[in-house]
Design a protein around this ligand. Structure first.
Ligand code: ADP
Ligand code: MG
Length: 462
């Protein structure tokens, strides 16, 4: 296999293995730039991504790439302003992403001169995972209501369950279900907009800055079906909820379907305005449950059939018994084992699975909380947490605060508005600005890079 093909294969395996959120944040735009002996040079979009890949994801990425290529490789990550994958897709790339690519040292050319705008505002090109179709979604007693509702919506959008609100913890198939509905509706010729709520927020902020809110509105309100994933990230006390509320009402008025996924029930979305919450509660709310043993076996068989992997029954059961909490974990194990057997050119046996399962038993870094970031950064700079959350903008305190926001963004699973809240009620645009500033300064300030790396180690090594 040549390096480019190997990279392409590894890229798709990493997508499955890391899960959509991690993959989209750190690797989606990565591209193989060069092969320098045993060192492969991978281009990424930001300093942010490079650091993350070098320091936290290096081993997983290297393992997958080496497995696919069939020999042990080293990787080097380099920041490129416009990764090749992005150039090809320049027109479909959301504006906020294009802006993030801009070189800050370049004179700023207005965006409209950089990208040829379509005559009519097109719906954003939403990226759907081709694997996330409804026919690949395995039905089990734990999710049958959600799946039945999904089918009913595809049959008759906006007729029965509108809005449809599905919630459950991470890795239970919410994104798969939403995208399954999106694929099926798109195949029926409907105008489908699937969007993670964070992207909605970012695009809104962007459109306000660019004075293109009219276009923004038209795009979302022109949908036949709007699917918003991870709505919990829309929280906060700003114009975003207002805008979303109006979008929601506009779609409702024209009898369009709205589907929402969340990690918790509407009543637990405490930062959500009451009027939005009661809108959600007016539709069908379905709670997704972790699949039981039988369903986990069926899901594994589905994957094996899909990818042409021979998976003996007793191994299927061994795996299903090992990953009990969520499907994403199960998928990680399955991919690992399938890749190992392919690499060794041996059928899947218990000796392969025992080894693989062992590596999953090792403690993984536990989720870093906002509180821990605040405490750790404050202690590091000999400040109090209240200095970081307070109003004082003196140089030293301000810099510590910006670094803390950067680390919060990178290491915690929270949204910009949530970080803003934790830092004394700051706006998400302030948080974004701080993160970008730290990330830019690290480019030419090795001392800052070392400091951030040091803090990152303190936060994640335990
Ligand atoms: P969530 O959005 O709830 O965090 P995802 O939709 O990303 O979870 O699902 C995680 C992984 O598990 C995906 O690869 C998805 O295809 C798979 N998965 C979850 N539930 C099922 C199911 N019932 N059938 C098939 N695959 C599933
Ligand atoms: Mg999801």
């Amino acid at each position: 296999m040549n390096p480019q093909d190997a990279w392409n294969t590894a890229y798709h395996q990493l997508e499955a293995q890391l899960g959509a959120a991690q993959f989209n944040t750190w690797l989606r735009d990565a591209a193989l730039l060069d092969v320098d002996g045993d060192v492969w040079v991978i281009g990424v979009r930001s300093v942010f991504a490079r650091d993350m890949l070098e320091q936290r994801l290096y081993r997983s990425v290297r393992r997958v790439v080496s497995d696919v290529y069939g020999s042990a490789l080293e990787l080097r990550f380099e920041v490129v302003k416009a990764a090749p994958r992005m150039e090809a897709a320049a027109v479909e790339t959301p504006l906020f992403k294009l802006l993030a690519q801009q070189d800050p040292t370049e004179p700023s050319v207005p965006l409209h001169q950089r990208i040829a705008r379509p005559e009519r505002p097109e719906l954003p090109e939403t990226e759907l995972n081709p694997r996330f179709t409804l026919d690949r979604f395995i039905a089990g007693s734990e999710n049958e209501v959600a799946l039945a509702a999904a089918h009913a919506i595809v049959e008759q959008p906006a007729a029965v369950y509108n809005p449809f609100f599905v919630y459950g913890s991470v890795g239970l198939g919410k994104t798969h279900l939403l995208q399954g509905i999106a694929h099926a509706c798109r195949a029926r010729g409907l105008h489908v907009v699937y969007i993670p709520s964070e992207v909605f927020v970012n695009e809104l902020i962007q459109s306000i800055r660019e004075r293109t809110t009219a276009m923004f509105r038209e795009r979302y309100r022109g949908a036949d079906i709007l699917l918003v994933d991870d709505i919990q990230f829309i929280g906060g006390k700003d114009s975003t909820q207002e805008e979303f509320f109006h979008t929601f009402n506009a779609l409702n008025t024209f009898n369009k379907q709205v589907v929402i996924a969340s990690d918790r029930a509407p009543r637990e979305l405490t930062t959500l305005e009451d009027r939005l919450r009661s809108r959600f509660e007016g539709g069908l709310i379905v709670d997704m449950h972790a699949p039981g043993f039988e369903t986990r076996c069926a899901i594994l068989r589905g994957w094996a059939a899909d990818r042409g992997v021979e998976l003996p029954n007793h191994i299927c059961e061994q795996l299903a018994a090992s990953a009990t909490t969520n499907v994403r974990e199960l998928e990680g194990m399955f991919n690992h084992i399938a890749a190992t057997s392919r690499f060794l050119r041996k059928p899947i046996t218990t000796s392969i699975t025992d080894d693989a399962l062992e590596s999953y038993r090792q403690p993984r870094y536990h989720a870093v909380t906002l509180g821990r970031v605040l405490e750790t950064v404050a202690a590091y700079f000999r400040l109090r947490v209240s200095d970081l959350t307070g109003k004082n903008r003196a140089g030293r305190i301000n810099q510590a605060r910006q670094i803390a926001m950067y680390l919060a963004r990178e290491l915690t699973m929270t949204s910009l508005p949530q970080i803003g809240d934790a830092f004394g009620g700051r706006k998400h645009s302030t948080v974004l600005h701080s993160c970008n500033k730290v990330s830019e300064e690290m480019e030419y300030d090795p001392a800052l890079r070392a400091m951030v790396a040091d803090l990152r180690r303190k936060l994640t090594d335990e």
